[in-house]
Write a protein that binds this ligand. Structure first.
Ligand code: ATP
Length: 196
């Protein structure tokens, strides 16, 4: 009997820090698209973000690790942290394809990324290698980009009013995080005095 191809999701971001929005996005994407697994891909150097992350790569990985500790399907792909230069998704996926041949690959994004997708390095090639999973984000319209070959699966997820910027702002002003990050991540941030 033919075995169904594995469906593997990847979720790229800076995760500076990892927050509850990231966790809920991965859960919703996995459920809606029936994914076997989701790998979080912390960016080394995000080509579309101006400022470098405040936390070190090791700290960002550790925050993700703590945030997903109770999730059986989730893991971390550290490939972008091991490369020099900008972290291009196309390079990551070409590496992933060699590690996971014969799998359906998915890339998870929030709707804030729709306006930038056509600027992604090698997007014209990338669209034939991954299908995109789109999560709604408050304040960002669902304007479909006109990219030839793009497959986009919209998810009807609950809106999550959280961003890493807001988490960092609260920490720098010593305001309560009010459950915006998983407790284990909050403890790590406090133990290491991050974002103060
Ligand atoms: P920052 O505020 O530092 O820009 P962020 O909260 O957007 O960070 P990233 O680590 O850059 O977090 O997240 C990766 C991607 O996850 C984002 O580009 C965005 O598409 C998506 N994302 C993050 N938070 C949410 C959210 N609350 N709802 C929907 N999508 C989100």
């Amino acid at each position: 009997m033919l075995r169904a191809k594995r469906r593997i999701g990847f979720f790229g971001g800076t995760f500076d820090p990892f927050h509850c929005g990231h966790l809920e996005m991965a859960r919703s994407a996995a459920e809606y698209l029936n994914l076997h697994s989701v790998s979080f891909v912390p960016a080394g150097q995000n080509p579309l973000k101006g400022n470098p992350p405040a936390a070190t790569p090791k700290q960002r990985v550790e925050m993700i690790r703590r945030g997903i500790a109770h999730e059986t399907k989730f893991s971390i792909w550290e490939g972008e942290l091991e490369r020099n230069g900008p972290s291009y998704t196309l390079d990551t996926i070409e590496h992933v394809e060699r590690v996971y041949p014969n799998c359906h690959l998915f890339w998870i994004i929030g709707s804030d990324q729709l306006a930038h997708l056509s600027d992604w390095y090698g997007i014209e090639k990338l669209v034939y290698k991954v299908r995109f999973i789109l999560l709604k984000r408050p304040g960002y319209a669902l304007d479909w980009p006109g990219i030839k070959g793009l497959t986009l699966y919209p998810v009807d997820n609950p809106l999550m009013r959280v961003s890493a910027t807001e988490v960092r702002r609260r920490l720098s002003k010593k305001v309560s995080l009010a459950g915006l990050v998983p407790l284990q991540v909050e403890n790590f941030i406090k133990e290491h005095g991050l974002y103060t």
